[in-house]
Design a protein around this ligand. Structure first.
Ligand code: NAD
Ligand code: TYD
Length: 366
C-alpha cells in the first residue's frame, strides 16, 4: 500500500513555473508524492530542482506527455489521484516559426493525458471520486484588448472568465484548443477538471528567450535589446511565486468544472519594463545611471503581436481570498539579483540549441 496521502502527477515540472510549483509542493506537503513528468526539451532543466531531488516524496520521470503507454503506466504504478498539467511549448516567437510542434505537445499531449486519466480513473471502483485534472493555461487564449489610455490600467476592459476565446498566435491557439478539450472531458465524461488562465509570469529560472530574462542577460553583457515595434504593447506581470500560491489554493479548493483567471493588476508597457530593467541592472552593477539606455534597439514587430493583456482576477480574490504578495518593483529586484548570481545557469541554458534559435530569431530582424 502507498504510504502517501496523495499521488500528484505534475507535468512540465523541470520548466520555469513547473519547477517552482514542484519545489513548493514537495516541501510544503511531505505527505504528497510528487511525480514530475518532463521531456527535458530545450526549456526543461533538472538543475532547476537540484535542491529537492533527494526528497523522499519526489520522483522524476523523463518522458513525453504524448506517449500513451508511458503515461498510462505512470497512472497505474503511482496510483495518480490528481494531475497538474503544465508541460507545453510556451514561447510565442517559436510558435510562429514552428506551429506543428505546438499542436503536437499542447493539443495532442493534453488530449493524451486526459485520455489516460479517463481510462485509468474510469477503471477504478471509486471512479472519478477524489480525482482532479488541473490544467494550467494562459490569458493569451482571450486574444488582446485595446489601449485607450496613457497610464495603467491602459484601457477600461479586462479579461474575465466570461471573455470569449480569440487566440491570435499559434501558441495561444494551441492553448485554447487544449482548454476546450479539458472542458469537453468534464462535460462529456464527467471528469473533475479545473482550468486557470494566468497573465505573464517572471522570476528565477525563466528561460532567457522571454522578455525579462533575455533583456537582463543582454544588459549585463551590453548586447542590443531588441524591442518589437515601438515597445508600446502592454503585458500584465505576475511574480512566479504568486502564481504558485494561487495554484496551491485552487488545487485544494476542488471546484470541479471551474475556471479562474490569475493576475495581479500589474499592467506595464514593454518600454517601461525595459527602462526599469536597465536602471535596476545598472544600479546593482554600479554603472552610471542611464548608461545602458543606448542598448535599446527598435526592431521589426512580431507578426500578430497582441496589443494589451489585462486580467480581472476578482473571482479568485473574492471567492478564494488570493492576493498578489510581491509588487512589480520587489519582483524585478529579486529577479535581477537572481540572474546576476546565477551566471552558470544562464551559460548552461544559453549554449547549444538555444543559441541556434537565437541566431535565427534575431539575425536579419531590423
Ligand atoms: P517552460 O517552457 O519554461 O516549461 C515547459 C516545460 O514543459 C519544460 O520543462 C519542457 O521540458 C516540458 N515539456 C515540453 N514539451 C513536453 C512534452 N512533450 N512532454 C513532457 N514535457 C514537455 O514553460 P512555463 O513558462 O513554465 O509555462 C508552464 C505552463 O504555464 C505552460 O502550460 C504555459 O502555457 C503556462 N503559462 C505560462 C505563463 C508564462 O508567463 N510563462 C503564463 C501563463 C500560463
Ligand atoms: P514574451 O516574454 O515573449 O511573452 P508573451 O509574448 O507571451 O507576452 O514577450 C513579452 C512582450 O515583450 C511581448 O509584447 C513581446 C515583447 N518582446 C520584445 O519586444 N522583444 C523580445 O526580444 C521579446 C522576447 C519579447
Amino acid at each position: 500500500m502507498d504510504s502517501f496521502e496523495k499521488n500528484i502527477l505534475i507535468t512540465g515540472g523541470a520548466g520555469f513555473i513547473g519547477s517552482h510549483l514542484v519545489r513548493h509542493f514537495v516541501r510544503k506537503y511531505p505527505s504528497y508524492r510528487i511525480i514530475n513528468l518532463d521531456a527535458l526539451t530545450y526549456a526543461g532543466n533538472l538543475s532547476n530542482l537540484r535542491d529537492i531531488e533527494e526528497c523522499p516524496n519526489y520522483v522524476f520521470v523523463k518522458g513525453d506527455i504524448c506517449d500513451g503507454e508511458l503515461v498510462s503506466g505512470l497512472f497505474r504504478t503511482y496510483r495518480i489521484d490528481a494531475v497538474i498539467h503544465l508541460a507545453a511549448e510556451s514561447h510565442v516567437d517559436r510558435s510562429v516559426l514552428d506551429p506543428f510542434t505546438f499542436a503536437r505537445t499542447n493539443v495532442m499531449g493534453t488530449l493524451n493525458l486526459l485520455h489516460c486519466a479517463r481510462t485509468c480513473w474510469g477503471s477504478l471502483k471509486e471512479g472519478f471520486d477524489g480525482k482532479l485534472f488541473y490544467h494550467i493555461s494562459t490569458d493569451e487564449v482571450y486574444g488582446d484588448l485595446p489601449i485607450t489610455r496613457d497610464t495603467a490600467p491602459y484601457g477600461e476592459s479586462f479579461f474575465t472568465e466570461e471573455t470569449a476565446y480569440r487566440p491570435h498566435s499559434p501558441y495561444s491557439a494551441s492553448k485554447a484548443s487544449s482548454d476546450h478539450f479539458v472542458r469537453a472531458f468534464h462535460d462529456t465524461y464527467g471528469m473533475p477538471v479545473t482550468i486557470t488562465n494566468c497573465s505573464n509570469n517572471y522570476g528565477p529560472f525563466q528561460h532567457p528567450e522571454k522578455l525579462i530574462p533575455l533583456f537582463i542577460n543582454n544588459i549585463v553583457n551590453r548586447r542590443p535589446l531588441p524591442v518589437y515595434g515601438r515597445g508600446e504593447n502592454v503585458r500584465d506581470w505576475l511574480y512566479v511565486e504568486d502564481h504558485v500560491r494561487a495554484i496551491d489554493l485552487i488545487f485544494h479548493a476542488r471546484r470541479s468544472g471551474a475556471t479562474f483567471n490569475i493576475g495581479g493588476f500589474n499592467e506595464r508597457r514593454n518600454i517601461d519594463v525595459i527602462r526599469t530593467l536597465i536602471s535596476t541592472v545598472d544600479r546593482i552593477l554600479g554603472r552610471a545611471e542611464g548608461e545602458d539606455e543606448c542598448l535599446v534597439t527598435f526592431v521589426g514587430d512580431r507578426p500578430g503581436h497582441d496589443l494589451r493583456y489585462a486580467i480581472d482576477s476578482s473571482l479568485l480574490t473574492g471567492e478564494l481570498g488570493w492576493k498578489c504578495q510581491v509588487s512589480f518593483e520587489q519582483g524585478i529586484e529579486k529577479t535581477v539579483r537572481w540572474y546576476l548570481g546565477h551566471t552558470r545557469w544562464l551559460e548552461e541554458v544559453t549554449s547549444g540549441e538555444y543559441m541556434k534559435y537565437y541566431d535565427t530569431m534575431y539575425s536579419g530582424r531590423k
